[in-house]
Design a binder for this molecule. Sequence first.
Ligand code: PEP
Ligand code: MG
Length: 540
Amino acid sequence: MQEFQGKTVYKGTAMGKVVILKEKDCVVKRIHINDVQAEMARYEQASKEAARQLRVLYDKACREVGEANAAIFEVHRMMLDDEDYVDAIRNIIETESVNAAYAVAVTGDNFAEMFAAMDDDYMKARSADIKDISDRLVHILEGTGEADLSGMEAAVVIADDLSPSQTVQMDKEKILAIVTVHGSANSHTAILARTMNIPALIGVPLHLEEISSGMKAIVDGSAGRVILEPTETQCQEAEEKIAAEHRQASRLQELKGRPSVTPDGRRIHVYANIGSTSDIGYVLENDAEGIGLFRSEFLYLGREDFPAEEEQFQAYRQVLQMMADKKVIIRTLDIGADKKADYFHFEKEENPAMGYRAIRICLKQPEIFKTQLRALLRAAVYGNLSIMYPMIIAVEEVQRIAVIMKEVRQELEQAGIPFAIPEQGIMIETPAAVMISDKLAQLVDFFSIGTNDLTQYTLAIDRQNEKLDDFYNPHHEAVLRMIRMVVDNAHKYGKWAGICGELGADLALTEEFIRMGLDELSVSPAMVLPVREKIITFAK
Ligand code: PEP
Ligand code: MG
């Protein structure tokens, strides 16, 4: 039995087998092999397993994101059997008498470089595909778990760190808990773990090379503790805790269907935050009254090229239709900082959190912005959509957005494409926006306060820097005063104001938020019912 202490990202208890998610670019050791034929057979076997995984991924992707996006897995399956690629691997195993994983890794690197050096953009892009299938084969040969957890039983996922795109690609049904050695409690990966409603710990000082997949583990999210190979007594205690958590969850279930109204009759809308269409299940399951933040940038992550207008339109329409006439607030692209996609070709920045991101990209590269706006306006016909713009710092930005919006509207009109103009608001997540919120309130329909970034910029604390978690005080008086100021300015001009940052779910502050006059709280789906309970039982 071994115990390790980390930091809580999401509470809750889980018990099960461990799957280690090794870093994608792990160094593969070169090992001399005596039985070359046996190694060759291992490679053939691994290749078959990779093909099986890709078929499963293709089917899953077809269901979740449509056939066109799923096609990449078919391409990968074909590349797996590419004659030149297979010959090169076999050749290395045979002539050098080395392990298959090494032969695959070397071949993968060589082919990836060869593709990357080509002039044709399509061929260049195949470089990443070759790396991807080689990584898949290496993981299978090395017996290490990787992002594809399909076909496995639900497990406790342990990793050095997880990027937002890795997290978003994981099959949520297969994850009992997430434990990482690094990472920050305020990162998007942490936010995703909360959305998925699974116990999660970060900053756990584990030595991954000493742990193997298949070990038993207990994750105690509330205590920030992970226990490897627990004793019989610890297992019993964990089972009791899991049962008690289930009982508490059933108590909250009774609040489903009830409006979030204080005893003196004030209605506070409790909405949910999501990152992808596949999170809608959690939203409905937890009876959220709407979606207060759809982080649309996740549509842009974990892929090799921009999502086309049609693909975005389908995704937005799906959310709107599934939410029927409930409000759905979609935030326009907030990429940059920790959310990166290679095809954007971001330059290296000294301070990415204060760099080229979010609305700045959209205003500098309006073609990207317009594609998204067109998709949004077309989708607006199908439900109760609101659009919100991130990282606003100036009145001029809102005015420029209005000009671009007008152009998009005219283009759609001219093309005779059906569309609707939705309610439009902005995120208040910079101190600048707070200080001019009286002016901004006159230009928009609503404010949604992004306390994650607002706290970061107000306290000058990088939300990604795990060393600063102790200094990151979201209850800081400066932040609370700013929230009050924003609400007052919104109301002065007859607009509504909500919170969509993580602070909105902080039950210790719900009553204060009600007193401040907030109209809406948008929280991770699992927190909808606990927040509703606080509102219903609010004592002045
Ligand atoms: C925020 O900053 O509070 C917010 C909701 O946006 P994100 O966490 O995606 O930056
Ligand atoms: Mg933000």
